[in-house]
Design a protein around this ligand. Structure first.
Ligand code: G16
Length: 544
């Protein structure tokens, strides 16, 4: 085996977005593209030689060849040891568990998350640091800067590694260790939650659940944890086998793409609890019988009930949510007497707060919930948290949510996505909104009066780093808001996200359909942002 130095030229588009570099698979598969990015990453990490890296991905098309390349490049960079999931598989939260447990220097996670896979789909790569969380912007910016100047990369020659057999081998002096991708993660879950209590909930016979693995990474995790360890029943997991193209589906756990689960949960024979996770296992959708729990409420309810769960029985230090996430968790934090932080969209912004011990739970409206047990959002963790609460409270999901609304008031909330719109027009829409920021405050739209409007900026309370232009906020009196921002995870054109929220303290008025309750604000969003004009669309692509 020798190390080859390959001459290359920089690609101009290797700037990581909300969560790593995501592109069409064909872009990654072109000669030198993956290699350039990996070399830029390896060059950016100081003192990497001799250290341990974790490598794995969600199993999508191109996962295996990409891992072989990364292993050979890691060896050429004199990395000491690489821990890789069997079959090249690791869910994003499981990668975070391994980095933390084995005190690795960092990890390379291959995934385009909830984006479709396959030769015509998407692929992605991101770097997680020693804390197990997505690299901070300073590092991703440095990787990008390096990629703009890269002239060569280094890779070892030699046969591919057998990724399907547990055990050790070496490339040059680098040890490659193929690990069970599930065991360490499942053991951690068993320490956080009352598995005996959840087992007895299932054993009583009148409680059933359905978990949709969406033919993505969580199938094997769900089988081991739910079916094998919690004895949930052999029919619990649907679409549980990871496939390279996710069975042609879109592995995004929402009401549109998890339709098989949704149909079951709204059928007369629906089980009491339903859940789904996404391509790389960090997102979750929670459903009760004939009932959808919004991600924002999922976070609020986990926070309000945390003391019922062994891993959180001593209470929470604080909560963090991304700015566009509904303010429902803030109301729980206020009652608990703890801080609630508002960060930009992107899990990486929670890392410092978690590391500094300022928060225990975090969540985002984009179907992400997690805690300080790892530094990623964690789909199955959220499912187990809910199961633990259900095992203690012995109520239906719906009655738990309704009781929560009665106690804290209800934040009506919805997100409207306009996918794959013209990028220039979307930028123009945002710019037009920025131009209006100074004149919006004080204006009235029907019963709503604008209290303040801004383009959200964030100063990290731990390292004082400042992040600008994170979304337009139009905040009304009485807890109503409209937020508009462009997604940082799409790979085609731009995706405009419009987040609409109002607050209803009156118990007699908490029963409306969210789209009906928010109709006036939806009209105001159109009036202020001229969405139809700029996007050319009559209606959103996805409403959640
Ligand atoms: C990623 C980030 C999340 C973010 C989500 C949506 O999730 O990790 O923090 O909320 O994208 O971002 P955007 O609104 O910019 O598209 P994932 O599950 O795709 O890794």
């Amino acid at each position: 085996m020798t190390v080859n130095t390959i001459t290359t030229t920089p690609f101009p588009d290797q700037k990581p977005g909300t969560s790593g570099l995501r592109k069409k698979t064909a872009v990654f598969a072109q000669p030198h593209y993956l290699e350039n990015f990996v070399q830029s990453l390896l060059d950016t990490l100081p003192d990497l030689a001799g250290k341990t890296l974790v490598v794995g991905g969600d199993g999508r098309y191109f996962n295996r060849p990409a891992i072989q390349t990364i292993l050979k490049m890691a060896a050429a960079a004199n990395v000491g040891r690489v821990l890789v999931g069997r079959g090249g598989l690791l869910s994003t939260p499981a990668a975070s568990v391994l980095i933390r447990k084995y005190q690795a220097y960092g990890g390379i996670v291959l995934s385009a998350s909830h984006n479709p896979g396959g030769a015509d789909g998407d692929f992605g790569i991101k770097y997680n640091g020693t804390n197990g969380g997505p690299a901070a912007e300073a590092i991703t910016n440095a990787i990008y800067a390096r990629s703009r100047a890269l002239q060569q990369y280094r890779v070892t020659t030699g046969p591919d590694i057998d990724l399907d057999t547990l055990g050790r081998c070496t490339i040059q002096t680098t040890i490659i260790e193929v690990l069970d991708p599930v065991a360490d993660y499942a053991d951690l879950m068993e320490r956080l939650f009352d598995f005996a209590g959840i087992r007895s909930l299932f054993a009583e016979g009148n409680f059933r659940m359905c978990f949709d693995g969406m033919h993505a990474i969580t199938g094997p995790y769900a089988h081991e944890i739910l079916v094998n360890r919690l004895k949930s029943g052999s029919d619990t997991v649907i679409r549980g086998v990871p496939l390279e193209d996710f069975g042609g589906g879109h592995p995004d756990p929402n009401l549109v793409y998890a339709h098989e689960l949704v149909e079951r949960m709204y059928s007369p024979q629906a089980p009491g609890f339903g859940a789904a996770s996404d391509g790389d296992g960090d997102r979750n959708m929670i459903l009760g019988r004939h009932f959808f729990v919004t991600p924002s409420y999922s976070l609020a309810i986990l926070a309000a009930n945390a003391r019922l769960v062994p891993g959180y029985k001593h209470g929470l230090r604080g909560i963090a949510r991304s700015m566009p996430t509904s303010c429902a968790p803030d109301r729980v934090a206020a009652v608990l007497g703890i801080d609630c932080y508002e960060t930009p969209t992107g899990w990486k912004y929670f890392g410092n707060l978690l590391d500094a011990g300022k928060v225990t739970l975090c969540g985002e409206e984009s179907f992400g919930t997690g805690s300080d047990h790892v530094r990623e959002k964690d789909g199955l963790w959220a499912v187990l948290f809910w199961l633990n609460i259900l095992a203690v409270r012995r109520q239906s999901v719906e009655s738990i949510v309704r009781e929560h609304w009665r106690t804290y008031g209800r934040n009506y909330y919805s997100r409207h996505d306009y996918e794959e719109v013209d990028a220039g027009a979307a930028e123009q829409l945002v710019q037009e909104l920025r131009n209006q920021l100074s004149v919006l405050p004080g204006k009235s739209f029907g019963r709503y009066r604008v209290n303040f409007a801004d383009d959200f900026s964030y100063t990290d309370p731990v390292d004082q780093s400042v992040t600008l232009q994170q979304g337009i906020r139009i905040v009304m009196d009485e807890g109503a808001r409209i937020v508009l921002r462009l997604s940082g995870t799409g790979t085609l054109g731009a995706t405009l996200r419009v987040y609409i929220e109002s607050f209803e303290p009156d118990v007699g008025r908490q029963d409306q359909d969210a789209q009906v309750a928010l109709a006036d604000l939806i009209r105001i969003a159109e009036q202020v942002a001229q969405i139809r004009k700029f996007t050319g669309r009559e209606r959103p692509t996805v409403i959640t």
